[in-house]
Design a protein. Sequence first.
Lengths: 243, 412
Amino acid sequence: MTDQKKSILARRRFLGGMLGMAGVSLTSGVTLFSVGEAKAVSGKVRWGMLIDINKCGDGCDDCVTACAKENGICSTGRPESDPQWIRKIDLRDPKSGATKSLPMMCQHCAEPPCVDVCPTGASFKRADGIVLVDKHTCIGCRYCMMACPYKARSFVHEDITDQKSHAPRGKGTVESCTLCVHRIDAGGSPACVEACSDSAGGAMLFGDLNDQSSEISKRVAKYATRQIRADLGLDPGVRYRGL
Amino acid sequence: MAKASKVVYREISKEGAGFYLSLGIVGIVALLGVFAAHYMETSGHHVTGMNNQIVWGLPHVFAIFLIVAASGALNVASIGSVFGKTAYKPLARLSGLLAIALLAGGLAVLVLDLGRPDRLIVAATTYNFKSIFAWNIFLYTGFLAIVAVYIWMMLEPKMNHYSSGVGVVAFVWRLALTTGTGLIFGFLVARQGYDAAVFAPLFILMSFSLGLAVFILVLALSAASEDRPLGDYIVLKLGRLLGLFVAGVLYFVIVQHLTNLYATEHHGIERFILLGGGPITKLFWLGQIVIGSLVPLMILYVPAFNKSKTNIYIAAGLVILGGLSQLYVIIIGGQAYPLVLFPRMEVKSSFFDGVINSYSASLPEFVLGIGGVAVAGVITMIGLKILRFLPVNLSDETFDPHFKKTPYTKEH
């Protein structure tokens, strides 16, 4: 075989290899996409939550503990940079002295500002109303944190160990409450809601706001409930009673 | 009268160690910025002063300063080509170079501060067109491309004829660019300190003022380094223009705060910025208003002061300090004031709800910010060295249409 032929064959092998690699990459992409398609969620559903703060205990933080356990969120001892997916806020009316306590997390808005401002589309809303962050396309610009009216989003400031496979997280990206999407997709309810009904006052109710026969819809229809910062017109999926 | 077409331009030609030493020092500062960013990325942002309350910090102050100044630096060229002021035309090339250099420096800081700067390719290929950030990616890259073409048309004699047309496009584009940068804050409906359309014109005026201040100092430094004496006429003219821009910024700052003071819901943030007494208040009154606005206005408008080139340079320096203070007040101050979720209620939580958040920048953040300035410096120096950006004669003869040689006029 002449040198010229050898060189042509080597080039063909190289190009063939490259094409093969491209094919593998493409195929895996197609495969992932098709899995995503197969699990497409329904837009007929609007997952939401109703929190009755009359039942929410002042010192109780069972929802916070359950969320941390479920999603692998632990403190690093640096509270200012530690992520918080859900927190308890204590309120006091300075005029009457009345106090209240309520959990605050991503409100899963119908018109989420975090989704509007995200340059790459990493912040997105599923058809069923759950607002999530795609950890693969988040570049860590933190514009969504600037835009969220509820301070619901956290930036991961350092390496994370002991991650849960159902709640992937990553240093340098932004995260927030996923409404325990992995549990919902498996037919369950968020960990905070479960913890609240198990051991606490049962202040949190989860369900489909679009289904008029659901318990949450019935209660929303029957009682006066409030969306926080309703003035912004974002239509949050989390409503509060007794505020 | 000095015509732009007759002006002779030349690369920085001075031989010797001075230029390369300066370039080396500025280059090292730029490299230190890259190292600082690498340290922040590998350790995680917890090594910075930024946290989940103050999510944008000193790097963003520097980045936005450079980006805003970039579009303003192009004004000198625009005034020459769009508004036909011939005195400015000889400086149009330097104006274009500085615009590109400053924007590149600002973008470098912005990108290197990302949580995942390695995913820049994602930002360049995946867009959400409702995001002003995504628009800005196009506005910034488009600006770089348009100004590059503009410079080419100014440098290439055969293309000179088209430079005015491209100048108009560049001028309109830079207005859009600064509008986009201002609206990063203007579109933030959630925060008391932002969510106002006035950020668009405010940022446009800030860009006029900061860009011109940087331009004046770079022009003076370039002239001094080449021993090409700079005439009084053009410096004093640029100084008068700077005064106008500083007054314009001050006007929009007054509008910004007065409109907030009218609306009860914004009284909290205004009390915090204007009267709170903390570092933000001090920076607002002392840095932004006194040092950055009133003193420069006095220097630039009082006849006893505004006839001296040195005074104009001092005023330009103060305007830059004022601009940095202003951006610090806007960016850090706007985040330090807590989100108002429950009006008229006292709130507390483990996540710092209801408290004024504090911020102190760490060394890596500062080095990254200064590194961005150095990137702009390196690009400007290399540009001046390899291409003909600077007129050989920077004396009044080049700029002053009424210039007459007298027996006392020095030959340059």
